[in-house]
Design a protein around this ligand. Sequence first.
Ligand code: NAP
Length: 307
Amino acid sequence: MTSLMDEGPRLLRGGPIGTVIREQVAADVAAFKEEFGYQPALAVLVVGADAPSLVYLHKILDGCRLVGIGDRLVELPEDATEADVSNALQTLQADPKIAGIIVQQPLPKGIPLRVIIDTLDPMRDIDGIHPLNAGLLSLGYDGFLPATAHASVEILKQSGIELAGKHCVVVGRSNVIGKPAGLLMLRENATVTICHSKTADLRSIIRTADIVIVAIGKANFVTGDMLKPGAVVVDVGINVVEGKVVGDVHFESAVRVASAITPVPGGVGPLTNAILLTHLVRAARAKATGAIPLGAHSLAVPAPEAK
Ligand code: NAP
């Protein structure tokens, strides 16, 4: 019998998985419009965005249009106040057609997290930044997940990679990627180690990993010689080096050692946007059907695997 290693490393591509998801979303949106008589919309709120993140956000909004979801972009200047952000969110949330809102992270330093806690409707928080959703995830209940973290685990699941009982090392502990990805892998019954910039002897920890998820924002940082032979590698990083997009993993050396690896570009990125659309449809349906608010609903029935 040939092993994965004999056959060479497998490329885990997010594009084809994303295409299937988008087709389903388009069908779900058509059915939603038929049933409820309106087009659900996604709003993106940006405070003082730089050009690269605007490019990313426009991609999300373009993706909405392709599946029949409405889109709205609200841009506030860098010097916007807490009240400006709060007012913008309230205006968006007064429109019942706005089913989901993405607040581009990080907010400028002068804008406290309080504005999100006090103003953002957790039922519309389709990128899982509200502490209610973060809390539900950490308790093992269903809330809205941060889309990139969700995509980095979903790409493994959809590719048939076994997760239960595996040692997963997550490199990076941001609230939007590393931390939630670690919690999701725990939910999948992996044994999880989360590393960060102060981790001692990162190299030997990565070497023990069956699965490595890297999200640090440092181009080509994890090299093939740091990996256990046959490890599965999810590279979440997006960096531009000499005009070329590269990941946080040095692909050319890692691909020689890994049994499976996500390419950059073409790995987690394309799946992230598709997954956001599924969150939007879920939020729209919950709103339209008057489902019990997220937290109460989720907490009423413990998730079977709640840990
Ligand atoms: P972030 O908020 O800057 O967090 C980076 C994390 O990496 C931090 O926890 C930091 O540790 C850790 N880190 C930095 N240098 C390290 C080192 N030398 N060794 C170990 N850990 C180190 O970044 P992020 O928002 O999570 O984004 C991470 C990457 O994902 C970026 O390249 C970003 O562009 C990319 N991204 C991809 C997608 C996608 O769809 N694929 C979406 C969004 C972002 P400390 O906590 O100790 O500082």
